[in-house]
Design a protein around this ligand. Structure first.
Ligand SMILES: Cc1cc2nc3c(=O)[nH]c(=O)nc-3n(C[C@H](O)[C@H](O)[C@H](O)COP(=O)(O)OP(=O)(O)OC[C@H]3O[C@@H](n4cnc5c(N)ncnc54)[C@H](O)[C@@H]3O)c2cc1C
Length: 339
């Protein structure tokens, strides 16, 4: 039964732990409730915010509209030859789905272990970690078009996935609510162990024949050692994207800064490590009022307790300015700034 609450605190609905209020708030447990909700023109007229786990957003102000929290559950799986097709409701917790698949030796998601948030948000920014992106295992998703009240299936090609990008953040921003995501996994693992310290960690553990389970465990343990746990210190993971610049720009930059951390991209450009750039500007582990950057990773902005969204936003602007002044590189926020 669809219920609309008024003046709801979102403090426990965002991993930054920012205490902002939603003017209206509703939870959707079944896709029919979306049809019911938008049958009332009142909700077409207000600002809307779709919310999963709130782990990729910064609430700068109270939200003077309707927050729609996705809680559609359910996981269905089907094996066809060596392929495994898994469908999950948007409200499933991403890492629960990863564990579900890892437990059954369905390979493909293991490098994406322990990423916070919901299944429904995973295509929005094409989540990625340790050399794997959502697009590598994405088959399709089902989404509700708000203005027409109908459902549409998006294939991988429709989604225009890029680095932390999809059509849902660009051309179709705010128009669709993802209700279900379908993945294609495999019974035959093809592990991607080259990224980060995965290989080293496997060697350290004496693992010569990795399995989906051991790779997942290793990825999870590396993440725990590097990233702050949002349940103890508010954060939204990487606050900025790693900037991508042209080969010419990179050559000029490297002449001035020979140590600049870089990763060539397949299309001939160069990805820079935003964390390194920020660290070089002296921000790593710095506290500013109630906010600051994480001591082990300057790319992560944290709420030391009682920070407002505005405080965090101001710090992020200062970081962008100082990186631009020193390196001439403009950082872009990865997280969604709300309000
Ligand atoms: C400690 C930490 C580590 C992280 N590490 C990574 C990482 O390694 N890689 C990575 O890619 N991300 C990472 N993130 C970011 C975050 O986990 C992902 O972006 C995740 O997909 C966000 O999911 P969510 O449900 O919390 O989305 P939310 O924050 O609730 O929403 C994010 C955006 O998606 C929209 N949205 C959410 N659900 C839907 C839906 N069903 N339909 C339409 N729009 C929707 C929202 O409106 C918003 O614009 C990390 C975050 C934290 C806190």
């Amino acid at each position: 039964m669809l219920q609309i609450q008024e003046n709801v605190s979102l403090k426990h609905f965002n991993t930054f732990g920012i205490d902002a209020n939603a003017r209206y708030f509703t939870e959707i447990s079944h896709e029919d409730e979306l049809i019911e909700l938008f049958a009332d023109p009142q909700w077409l007229a207000v600002d809307r915010l779709v919310l999963g786990g709130g782990s990729n957003m910064l609430l700068v102000n109270d939200f003077n509209g309707l927050v729609i929290r996705l809680n559609i559950r359910g996981i269905v799986h089907r094996i066809s030859h060596n392929d495994v097709f898994v469908e999950a409701g948007a409200g499933e917790v991403w890492n629960d789905l990863v564990n579900f698949c890892v437990d059954r030796n369905y390979a493909g998601m293991e490098n994406l272990s322990l990423i916070p948030g919901s299944v429904g948000a995973s295509p929005i920014q094409n989540i990625g970690a340790y050399g794997v992106e959502l697009k590598d295992i994405f088959e399709s998703c089902r989404a509700f078009e708000i203005t027409t009240g109908t459902f549409k299936t998006f294939t991988k090609a429709d989604c225009h996935f890029g680095y932390r990008e999809s059509v849902f953040k660009t051309d179709l921003a705010g128009q669709y609510i993802i209700v279900l995501v379908k993945f294609r996994l495999s019974l035959i693992p093809r592990f991607n162990l080259k990224y980060g310290a995965i290989e080293q960690e496997l060697v350290k553990r004496g693992i010569t024949t990795p399995t989906t389970e051991t790779v997942s465990e290793v990825v999870a343990s590396i993440r725990v050692s590097k990233l702050p746990d949002p349940s103890t210190i508010g954060n939204a993971g990487s606050f900025f994207k790693n900037p991508i610049i042209s080969a010419e720009e990179f050559t000029a930059l490297q002449q001035k800064f020979p140590d600049v951390v870089n990763y060539p991209t397949p299309d001939g450009q160069v990805k820079l490590a935003a964390g390194w750039l920020i660290e070089q500007c002296g921000w790593k582990g710095k506290t500013v009022g109630n906010t600051g950057t994480w001591k082990n990773q300057a790319l992560v902005l944290v709420n030391h307790g009682g920070a407002t969204g505005q405080e965090v936003y101001t710090l992020s602007s200062q970081i962008i300015d100082s990186v631009y002044t020193k390196f001439g590189v403009m950082l872009q926020r990865e997280i969604n700034v709300i309000g």
